[in-house]
Design a protein. Sequence first.
Length: 625
Amino acid sequence: MSKEITSPILELQRQRALLQMEYDEEKRAFQQQTEALGMLRRVKRGDAWMPLRVGKSYYNSLNQYCVEVFRQADDDTDHNFEFGRPVQFFVQKEKEIHFFHATGSVSYVDGDRMVIAVPDGFHVVDLQVTDGQLGIQLFFDETSYRLMFDALDRTMRAKGRLGYLRDLFYSHQKAETFSFPDIGFSYLNETQQHAVNEVLRAKDVAIVHGPPGTGKTTTLVEAIYETLRRESQVLVCAQSNTAVDWISEKLVDRGLNVLRIGNPVRVDDKMLSFTYERRFEAHPDYPQLSAIRKAIRELRSHSKRTDNWHQKMDRLKSRATELEIRINAELFGEARVIACTLVGSANRLLDGMKFCTLFIDEAAQALEAACWIPIRRAGRVILAGDHCQLPPTVKCYEALKGGLGRTLMERIAEQKPEVVTLLRIQYRMHEDIMRFSSDWFYHNQMVAAPEVQHRSILDLDLPMMWIDTSQYDGKEEFVGESFGRVNKTEAELTLLSLQAYFELIGKQRILDERLDVGIISPYRAQVQYLRSQIRKKEWMKPFRTRISVNTVDGFQGQERDIIVISLVRSNDDGQIGFLRDLRRMNVAITRARMKVIILGDSNTLTRHPFYRKLYQYVKSLKGEE
């Protein structure tokens, strides 16, 4: 149902007010959590590292002062540190925690090693703690909010192209297109070919709607490649660093010169080789620039300032600036694709740059305000994603109710259905796994490619099973504030049903064919409990590398041969909490190639129409109604 359209300025003001509510709520929650949650709980949640060992400190190629730290932990707890996130050092002495005033930001993180960019004048010697434990925690991210507020304000004031796009996106006005006959691409299916052609024809906006397994990334890469036959450079953005890495890697594989602004999440040589920082360091003029910067720092530290001190400093600074400009001009001149997060597109390196085309991948996971940050640099916008999968994260219930979770992609898709191309053929899962998702979320328009239609591990196997836990005693338990729920009986049953299925397949076959398993639970507490149980189970030892356990968000964009889903909720009131966000369930089910095993209390869950329908659907595959 399309909503009534008010004036673009009023709508943006409403967005701004909702974003302000979200900002206030998140800041309040952060402060409350920091005070209320013990630091050990924050460590367990992955929001802090403690104890820390300090490594070397140095100036990086971007001339930022950096400190290297190592996590001294025995377990492999997941953490939430990634490039660009603000952090704060602290010291814990007995029960007291002392925070350092200065905040830094994550420059690089890989396993248990992290590099933090700290402000000039930060005394690393202060980190050499003798009494108490040194730690580091994620800090509240003011910068992203500031940039989103700024983008909304700028868009409201805009004239010219940005003003035109704003008015277009908030109205039923038709988007303009070029007209030329279809170009054929033999290696794409017909809906993928149509999507690429629609992107090339769009003067203002186009949307590639890619349900699970339909080859959205393949289509988008092709659309970018073809666009670059007509334009010299494009800007490619996504909400998360992980999504930027994924699309960047595929573009590099396609032979394009990608310049990645910011550091990748998955740190390997291939990923690092196209980052701005590595390219900058590898430039032949860099050693000279590095030497000049060092000379500037030494000159600054001299307490005796002679008459020619200022002249010397000015000369060195202007030479450094000249070299920096030359290196940047070459790096940006050679690159065909500039890739960064939506927030990263505000980087000063891109100041003054304009692009004919902006591509936003995973656009259905991005807040509208974040999309306006790069749109100001672009002539036309191509959005790709799936608004039937994970939505943007909104923590303030009032802001969510007010519509902050409604994305720019959804808004445009509703008002201009003619700019949307749905990719219909999926290459991931057995037809019976796809069918439920297709019926409920995609108006029954999905088709399984012939090669995956009947893919299964065992002959006559049922692709989907629901193990009803209502006959067992297991009830959900609440674990700490905002940490979620756990159902220990269901966790035990989850591992028992996986063991039974493994025995049916045969241990050797699992290892020989490298079958992989994803265990998904919507609740982080259940995920952590399952992980701890897997470590204790002797029979799982040979398979541990083949099994990953995570939340729905942790599996976004991934796939596995077997998916086991533990739904956790089991109570007498039929309360299912955020399981009501059905898009998460869509993601969970559609990660599977050949088998889905769902564990859930049917008495609790089937009071909701979606879970009732799903339960009946799974039973019907078995011939039960």
